[in-house]
Design a protein around this ligand. Structure first.
Ligand SMILES: C[S@@+](CC[C@H](N)C(=O)[O-])C[C@H]1O[C@@H](n2cnc3c(N)ncnc32)[C@H](O)[C@@H]1O
Length: 206
């Protein structure tokens, strides 16, 4: 079972935003897809904390993450969390583990776009544009640039660190994401300031 100290620090704040944005749809069963689930800490905590009827589908490209997610599901006895699926978000939606078009109420990606190439950002928006139902939400959490500018210096350091790890990684620009959203039938509805200079971006499919 993998443990991410960062996930331990941020899950509760992210969960509060999720609860708030899902509340007005909570009268029916919802289907939530998590991209780049990593350890599995987030999805299992969300399932325990959020009082609505939500079926959670975790996913990742790495086998070691699948093992960890399964271990968290078993340890927390989370009945509403499905077994993890292999899903490479940079691929076209037809390869997203057989998830049907217009089937998803919310797609969540926490610290995924920062730790992957721009091709993944493109894949996330084009996949979300197909897989979300009308009015469905895409929620992205992490640190971002705005109009080419990164603040504060701790986020500049993070961007440099990410690019050192992999030249294709780094903080995505919100203006670029907004354009990707628009090109895929979504609009950015909210930008919520979070702890440690992170943001939650909420996009809605129209
Ligand atoms: C920084 S970790 C974040 C994990 C988790 N969301 C969290 O916040 O603890 C990024 C995760 O994204 C996954 N990932 C990277 N590229 C991906 C892609 N193209 N499609 C799906 N997952 C990807 C990695 O395997 C890793 O688990």
């Amino acid at each position: 079972m993998l443990l991410s100290p960062l996930a331990e620090r941020n899950w509760e704040d992210v969960c509060s935003v999720l609860e708030e944005v899902l509340e007005n749809q909570s009268h029916r069963e919802l289907f939530a897809l998590e991209l780049g689930s990593g350890t599995g800490q987030h999805v299992t905590r969300f399932a325990q904390k959020i009082p609505f009827d939500v079926k959670w589908q975790p996913s990742d490209i790495k086998d070691e993450c699948h093992e960890s997610i399964k271990a968290y599901i078993a340890a927390t006895k989370a009945k509403t969390v499905m077994q993890p699926v292999h899903l490479d978000a940079s691929e076209s939606w037809e390869k997203w583990a057989g998830i049907a078009r217009n089937s998803c109420d919310i797609i969540i990606a926490i610290n995924l776009l920062q730790y992957s190439s721009f091709k993944t950002a493109e894949g996330v928006f084009s996949g979300a544009g197909q897989i979300l139902r009308q009015n469905g939400l895409l929620m992205l959490y992490g640190a971002y640039a705005i109009n080419g500018i990164i603040t504060p210096s701790s986020n500049e350091d993070l961007d440099a660190e990410l690019q050192n790890m992999n030249a294709e990684w780094g903080l995505p620009d919100i203006d670029v994401l907004r354009q990707l959203a628009y090109g895929n039938g979504m609009r950015m509805e909210r930008m919520i300031e979070m702890e440690e200079y992170n943001k939650c971006l909420i996009f809605r499919k129209f």
